[in-house]
Design a protein around this ligand. Structure first.
Ligand code: MLT
Length: 279
């Protein structure tokens, strides 16, 4: 049966997202949404592990990021959710596990709010349900202004190190360079439109008690952008959600501590019965 009840596109329309697909197409379907201002490549460690476990993993580049186009409008969460459903519909994925890191988590929550019947389970990594404060919105506008006048280079310099834990910066300095390169490969217009969308995102706290699918909330112990207390209150509000802390990781826990992240993810997929337990 094909997907149902996905509303039609609004405003300038749905973006045909660039994506990669991995693993057997009849495996457990999993879609992973990256954070701002990165791209699908940030999930590469999870892709390798999930594929080996027999899952079918789809990793899009969200609008304005990676190889996906940037429409001339703010990348609000509603439009991004429509993009994701257009892609999954195109791929014939009716029900799937949806995971997202930070901005990807905001989009994942929006997808659940829109069409929960398509979601088999949620993985919310280093993200939060609260909207931006007025001060955060002001900061986003100032950042967009700087990107406009100085270019994307300033984002890599300003943001790169904040995404990683002190331990990662010490033990794996090449990861910082890799993250900066990923940020710099995002276009100025992609960054600006995403900043506008992030600033206007809705408060999803009211949605949390209504979530009825298995949910895993993961957060790096040293995440300063979406810190552990935000994840804790999110997990407490979602019925039956599991909270896991990734020690010595910052905001990019799947890249910083892939083994720990993957062990928790696979364990949860098996415990919930989404993935068959190993005999
Ligand atoms: C992200 O990693 O997606 C961003 O930190 C999200 C945000 O700025 O709210």
């Amino acid at each position: 049966m094909g997907p149902r009840k996905v509303p039609a596109a609004i405003s300038t329309g749905i973006v045909d997202l660039a994506y990669t697909g991995h693993g057997p197409s009849d495996g457990v379907p999993i879609v992973l949404l990256h954070g701002f201002p990165l791209n699908g490549n940030m999930w590469r460690h999870q892709v390798a592990t999930l594929k080996q476990a027999g899952c079918y993993v789809v990793v899009p580049d969200l609008r304005g990021h990676g190889r996906s186009p940037t429409p001339d409008e703010p990348a609000d969460m509603e439009s991004q959710a429509l993009d994701v459903f257009a892609l999954t519909r195109k791929l014939g994925m009716n029900r799937f596990v949806l995971g997202g890191l930070s901005m990807g988590g905001y989009v994942a929550l929006q997808c659940y709010a829109k069409a929960p019947e398509h979601i088999l389970g949620l993985v919310l990594a280093d993200t939060r349900a609260e909207p931006d404060s007025e001060e955060a919105r002001k900061g986003r506008r100032a950042t967009a202004e700087r990107v406009r006048s100085e270019g994307v280079g300033i984002m890599g310099d300003a943001m790169g190190a904040k995404l990683l834990s002190p331990r990662t910066l010490e033990q794996n300095p090449t990861l910082l360079e890799e993250v900066r390169t990923m940020i710099r490969s995002t276009s100025a217009s992609g960054l600006i439109r995403a900043l506008e969308g992030l600033a206007s995102r809705p408060d999803q706290r009211g949605l949390l008690p209504r979530i009825r699918v298995p949910t895993l909330v993961l957060v790096g112990s040293d995440d300063t952008l979406t810190p552990p207390p935000a994840s804790r209150s999110m997990a407490e509000a979602i019925p039956g959600a599991r909270l896991a802390l990734i020690e010595e990781a910052g905001h990019l826990s799947p890249l910083e501590k892939p083994d720990q992240f993957n062990r928790l993810l696979l364990g949860w997929l098996r415990e919930t019965g989404i993935l068959k337990p190993i005999n």
